[in-house]
Design a protein around this ligand. Structure first.
Ligand code: SF4
Length: 328
């Protein structure tokens, strides 16, 4: 088995796979409510193509795969995709990031297919704020999805929350209280300049320091050791064992230990969330490329990886491709 090491010595073990750029929510920090610039459906990788790329990635040293979107549960073949990934030799650890709107129906079939852990996006516990932030009145579906995931035995269930100034920035302690009461692992994520509308503003950012300070008004937070390549800084809450995570993508970048690559739903390999370049695997596969050719494209992508996202660099350029078409 090969290993994907870049010129900074970072070993890449984690592949984030966007299964679709479509979504059934319109989160204000991700896409405008009337967004319609979807990727051509004929460019979307088929189930066979997806599994083939993941098999090749595993042979190159990838041992963890996260299924993302858009919203991955919108793929009608989602259960088949999970079971076929779990059937790969040296099957990777498999997880998923979802908005859980339709999770209630598929939680058990996903577990039966081999899914063991999940991240669920939820930024508020308040119905009206949920509607304001997502342009959909579907918070009950998210709660039902979480319950179904717990009943199906998915563990851990992590909750990803993005805080916006003047919207839900005051909700950090309440979200943590709810997560602790429901045995859920909460992580706050700084909003990143990757929205389809191009509305991101540094001045509107709720920073990791802000979140830490706000939580510390109600909880004693002590750092957990051994972060490794994890994006989240984890803290024990009131001495633990419960923890809370803070992902300071912008103000506390963790690129130095990055082990992640990304595959878009239309078959483009990205060395970084903020890459301005992509490696086209889809066209290569559809033109008859061999597995070795695809593997070489993985190596070339990693070899060209930059040291970090460069968001804090005055010359930073926001990628054309929005987060919804890259995946978290
Ligand atoms: S911004 Fe890019 S380099 Fe930094 S951690 Fe994320 S994917 Fe890795």
């Amino acid at each position: 088995m090969n290993t994907l090491i870049d010129t900074y010595g970072r070993v890449h073990r984690n592949l984030r796979v966007s299964l679709t750029d479509r979504c059934n929510l319109r989160c204000t920090y991700c896409m405008p409510h009337d967004f319609a610039a979807w990727l051509p459906s004929e460019h979307q990788l088929t189930t066979d193509e997806l599994v083939r790329v993941i098999e090749i990635a595993v042979s190159e040293g990838i041992n963890e795969v996260r299924l993302t979107g858009g919203e991955p549960l919108l793929r009608p073949d989602i259960v088949e995709i999970v079971s076929r990934i779990k059937a790969i030799t040296n099957a990777p650890i498999l997880t998923m990031t979802t908005n859980a709107l339709t999770l209630e129906k598929v939680a058990q079939p996903l577990v039966d297919a081999g899914l063991t852990r999940i991240n669920i996006s939820l930024d508020t516990l308040d119905r009206d704020r949920f509607k304001l932030m997502t342009h959909r009145d579907r918070i009950d579906d998210v709660f039902a999805g979480i319950k179904a995931a717990q009943a199906a035995g998915i563990n851990p269930i992590k909750i990803n929350a993005v805080l916006l100034k003047g919207v839900n920035a005051d909700e950090a302690p309440a979200l943590l209280e709810w997560a602790l009461a429901n045995n859920l692992a909460l992580r706050f994520i700084e909003q990143m300049p990757l929205d389809a509308g191009g509305i991101w503003e540094r001045s509107a950012l709720v920073t990791a320091d802000d979140i830490y300070a706000d939580l510390s008004t109600r909880y004693q937070l002590t750092p957990c050791d051994d972060r490794g390549s994890s994006p989240a800084e984890e803290f024990f809450v009131n001495g633990g064992p419960a923890t809370v995570g803070i992902i300071g993508s912008v103000t506390r970048p963790f690129c130095g230990a990055c082990d992640r690559l990304r595959l878009t739903s239309d078959g483009q390999l990205r060395s970084c969330l903020f890459s301005l370049e992509e490696m086209d695997l889809r066209t290569a596969m559809r033109n008859g490329a061999s597995d070795e050719d695809i593997a070489a494209r993985f190596r070339k992508t990693v070899a060209g990886k930059l040291p970090g996202h460069g968001i804090n660099d005055p010359k930073f350029i926001q990628p054309q491709r929005p987060m919804s078409a890259i995946g978290g």
